[in-house]
Design a protein around this ligand. Sequence first.
Ligand SMILES: *Cc1c(COP(=O)(O)O)cnc(C)c1O
Length: 441
Amino acid sequence: MAEAFGNSPRRDSNGRALLGGLALSDLVRSGSIRTPSYVYDLDAIAAGARELREAFGNESHLVAYAVKANTAGPVVRALAAQGCGADVVSGAELSVALACGVPPLSIVYNGVAKRDDEIDKALGAGILSIQIESVEEIVRVAARARALSLGRGARARISLRINPALDFEALETHANIATGHDAAKFGIAQDDLPRALEIIKASPEVELVGLGHHIGSQIPSVPAYRTAARTLFSLGVAVRAGGVSTLRFLDTGGGFGIDYGAGAVPKPGDYVRAALEERKAAEVDDTMLMVEPGRSMVAAHGVLVSRVVQTKVSTVRGTARRWLMIDAGMNDLIRPALYQARHRVVPLETNGASADFTATLWRVVGPVCESSDDFGVHALPDSPPEHVALLDAGAYGYVMSNQYNGRALPDEVFLRGGQIVTINRAKSQDDWVQERVAIQG
Ligand SMILES: *Cc1c(COP(=O)(O)O)cnc(C)c1O
């Protein structure tokens, strides 16, 4: 079986899984990396960003990388170096983006419940726009702008995040990551748009510079993205017709799908080309087209490397059940437990050049005391590998990790130019013990 190893990683002629040109098994065996570790290929991340930006041709655009997918400095800096901006969802993420060299005028700030201090930070930094998610928030941002007295006619730049009221089943995405249905807490309902515009008109402290939406994550279909974009652009036309002359950008959001192994999905550039066509058709192509991809920028370029701790085989009513127990758990990668997501699990080494093995179905599980600490059933060698990689773990992986069950956070390893450039080593479990015990009372 010539097995494909992830979207970007491949195997060498000895059957060793490669990432960023390095054999992951060598890194583990030499002790260069511990398990569990997230390993990221910064060159592939940069190349993906270049390819996406090329899809825009000469059109005015901003790729605002959704920092929440992977907040690591080397990742954000690599994307900033490719001319990406940032979409942040907290004051802390805003600080990361600024410190990693993202220009303020390439940053947008989303979030349904921004605190006053976070709004103040965004206004102080002079970011491109605060994306407003409710009519109530317009009043709050105007009040903060007044309190900070931005002065000399400078107004707080805001954009309206519209809730497109889509049916998430039609979008074929998981309910927990769909954000564009009308019961979601996100965005301003279209019926509330006239009221929002009235308040903006009456608020000299704010200036409406954009309209946007984010219809959800892991959208597998370009037609769905296109249809939503068309609606957004027609709203842009209507808002201008209503007398707003300050619109600078239209933002069709992120959510580009990636291939977690179930089959081909569109390329990020396909979504962009569809949006560009619709923007032209709507005759709003004097505005900048913004997209906010997170997952598609980083997911395929990171893996979670884990050691097999033991197997467990039991016979239940005459049927063998086989578990492969690894040293990574749901605290390291929560997506399977949270979204029923499936990450391919592959051995770091296969025997010999052919990458042939007798496949056995193993249920791969972690050490955490929860039934949902389960990475699903995977075809792996009959004699279990010493180490495995969970693929496509570069997005919503480390950022969601936690210390449940007294587990240390995983390490993060960054590769560039065929070598390890840096390792973010986690605090030990002993530190965790001491921290818990040291709480007095
Ligand atoms: C999370 C998020 C994104 C990125 O979504 P992906 O599915 O990772 O591309 C974009 N915009 C907003 C507002 C978000 O909350």
